[in-house]
Design a binder for this molecule. Structure first.
Ligand code: AR6
Length: 183
């Protein structure tokens, strides 16, 4: 089941929390900063090791522990494309790959639920109305493989826009304050 919700990805009660990271994996602003603050120094330390091993290329992902995010089993760090650095087609391919690689790593680690922020839709400049169809396209094939996939829209206006876009591109219905995709 895929759900679009309003809120921070850090607050989702799931096994795997996905981070919109940068290639260095050493933390940053936006959701990356929020996840590192919530997870604490254990995450910083594990990320430093991944950084020293070369970090993570755009479109790929790396899995770590969740440390201070006590209910989660893992944080999956994925590196979205910077919107202005690619053709739309290439950016969309890289963005889809972020969602797919994150799901693959979480499944391989035994996670039954996963929550994503809107990867690349903040500092990296990918318009949410163009990113969400890419995200949904990538995630629908995984819907049966997880108990729950959550797309967490941090700002109220992002959630409102995501609800509009979802209605245009997939069959879905409202359940309280959430949008459930009928996969
Ligand atoms: N908590 C939860 N979600 C947030 C928060 C927060 N505190 N702040 C922003 N979002 P972004 P990107 C939402 O910019 O575009 C970092 O510095 C935001 O509303 O965090 O992939 C990394 O280190 C948006 O929907 O990620 C990279 O350098 C979503 O998170 C770079 O930013 C993604 O926005 C990655 O940029």
């Amino acid at each position: 089941m895929i759900r679009i919700v309003h809120g921070s990805v850090v607050d989702q009660r799931v096994d795997a929390i996905v981070n919109a990271a940068n290639g260095g994996l050493m933390g940053g602003g936006g959701v990356d900063g929020a996840i590192h603050r919530a997870a604490g120094p254990g995450l910083d330390e594990e990320c430093r090791r991944l950084h020293d091993e070369g970090g993570c290329p755009t479109g790929d992902a790396r899995l770590t522990g969740a440390y201070g995010i006590s209910w989660a089993r893992h944080v999956v760090h994925t590196v979205g494309p910077v919107f202005s650095e690619h053709s739309f087609e290439e950016g969309a391919r890289l963005l889809a790959s972020c969602y797919e690689r994150s799901c693959d790593l979480a499944l391989a680690a035994g996670d039954a639920s996963i929550a994503f922020p809107a990867i690349s839709c903040g500092v990296y400049g990918f318009p949410l109305e163009r990113a969400l169809p890419v995200a949904l396209d990538a995630l629908v094939p995984y819907a049966v493989r997880f108990d729950r996939i959550v797309l967490a829209m941090f700002r109220r206006d992002e959630f409102a826009l995501a609800r509009e876009v979802a209605r245009e591109v997939v069959r879905c219905h409202d359940e309280g304050d959430e949008v459930v995709v009928d996969a």
